[in-house]
Design a protein around this ligand. Sequence first.
Ligand SMILES: Nc1ncnc2c1ncn2[C@@H]1O[C@H](COP(=O)(O)OP(=O)(O)OP(=O)(O)O)[C@@H](O)[C@H]1O
Length: 367
Amino acid sequence: MARLDINAVGKSFGPVRCADGLSFAVEPGEIVAVFGPSGSGKTMLLRMIAGMYEPDEGDILVGGQSIVGAPPERRGVGMAFQNFALFPHMTARNNIASGLRARAGNEDVASRVKSISKLLKIEHVLGHMPRELSNGQKQRTALARALIGNPDVLLLDDPLRNVDAKLRYEMRLELPSLLRRSSAAVLYVTQDYREAMAIADRIAVLVGGRLVQLARPEEVYARPASVAVARLFGDPSINLAEVEPQVGQGGLSADVAGTRVRLDSGDRTGAQGPCWLGVRPDDLVVTRNAGDDAIPARVVAITPMHERAVLLLRFADGSEWLAALAPDAPVASADDDVFVRFAPESALLFDRATGLRVGQPDRRQAA
Ligand SMILES: Nc1ncnc2c1ncn2[C@@H]1O[C@H](COP(=O)(O)OP(=O)(O)OP(=O)(O)O)[C@@H](O)[C@H]1O
């Protein structure tokens, strides 16, 4: 059992800065999802840990020992990729065993292949060639090969991208306990925020090669460090409006599309001046009743989406927001005039100049 430490790691290709002062640690048995937009440096981070590239600056340590410059097979690192990368001329059994032979000499290969394939439910296809395996079986075979050598660090690069939706769902449920059993420090790259939230203990959000937030999934969702992070989490994505909040008798309030709306009066230090107001579509309530804090809107369109109804709403100033309503919520029809409300505590505020969330004690750099 060994901890993975990434210390001030930087890497550039010409003008492209794909890692910029990355620092964080992954504990043994912990799963950290690396999440961010395409090109944010997720795969490059994994490649530097695996030894396919070396960092320009900083250090990478496993169990307190630097692995920078060490040959890939001596790093104690196992990897599985989105494209499976199985040897096409070898059976599943030999593919799995290759993960062990590269690392150790006189192990009892057969019994270890057997126990790992039992765990991953692929015992019955061990004699098959990769072309005879389904994508799900290939993915499990690649995972078995990565796990069989009991690596200190396990790197998974979007391992569920090429499997079908049903298997992806099942694996999201199964993977965390499977991975924790190995006691490896796991870095799990994904482009799917739901997968990151389902699988990880913590999520490292990368934007432009920089770590913009590292926190538990619910924390990243509820308290995104910046407007860029807020936009990455949620489907439909967060509604935004330009506001200038002011402190009055009833706490903080702002004009939203011409209506004065109360915002949370809690910890909002620095929340005055030009801000982005962010409200998640799930946090909107759509009613037919006017009243305090109710913004008049017209329903432009309704679309079903994952068991919910998503309403496209247009305010009097022409701006549009989306509301995602629970299946049992009374649904309006297109062209209806309605009122939109949200609880003050569901309002997120971001400084418009820096993009950082305001009223947040532990601020990180904006994306
Ligand atoms: N060998 C290379 N030579 C030059 N530039 C590279 C190389 N590898 C990666 N890059 C650049 O580094 C940046 C980060 O790439 P990386 O593959 O790590 O992104 P990613 O976050 O994994 O993206 P995706 O989600 O699309 O896989 C990109 O701008 C990419 O073009």
